[in-house]
Design a protein around this ligand. Structure first.
Ligand code: SF4
Length: 163
């Protein structure tokens, strides 16, 4: 896990002995290596022990999207992420939470089945792109069965910059 020079809160929360200079990165970047079990050392009892102060890398790349969407990361290229992604479990305190999660999985299934019919080809070939898109599109699947055209429009609208 990369910890940048601006990750002030994360640097304060992570024991200094766990941070090493990041190979190939400018001075100030550190690496938080996975432990011998392939876990991030800040993962305790299945939860991030520094969640509020987690590094920017963790904020922008959330491996929970794989588990939420029922997708499998590429275990060959991303073994640590694949291992971690399978560990996440979700609570659904309300019916709406359960319905939203079902909708994420329905969106991922749709993208697996119809990804090649969409202009957004990445969702057909890349589990990470599919999982992120499934989370972004899940509201379409909460109470309906959208068409390929409706999903294509929603994907393109979500790509459009605000303004
Ligand atoms: S979010 Fe995950 S990878 Fe990032 S510090 Fe927390 S446990 Fe480690």
């Amino acid at each position: 896990m990369l910890v940048g020079p601006d990750d002030v809160a994360a640097r304060a929360a992570i024991p200094p002995a766990l941070l090493f200079p990041a190979p190939g990165r400018p001075k100030g970047y550190s690496l938080l290596p996975y432990d011998e079990r392939g876990h991030c050392p800040m993962l305790e009892a299945g939860r991030c022990s520094i969640y509020a102060a987690r590094p920017a890398t963790c904020r922008t790349y959330d491996c929970r999207v794989f588990a939420a969407a029922g997708e499998q990361p590429d275990g060959g290229r991303q073994p640590a992420i694949a291992t971690q992604a399978t560990r996440w479990r979700f609570d659904h305190p309300t019916e709406e939470d359960g319905a939203a999660h079902d909708a994420v999985r329905a969106a991922a299934r749709f993208l697996r089945d119809h990804g090649r019919e969409l202009p957004e080809a990445a969702v057909a070939d890349h589990p990470a792109a599919r999982a992120v898109a499934a989370v972004a599109l899940h509201d379409l699947f909460v109470s309906g069965s959208p068409t390929v055209g409706e999903v294509a429009v929603a994907l393109s609208e979500r790509r459009r910059p605000p303004g």
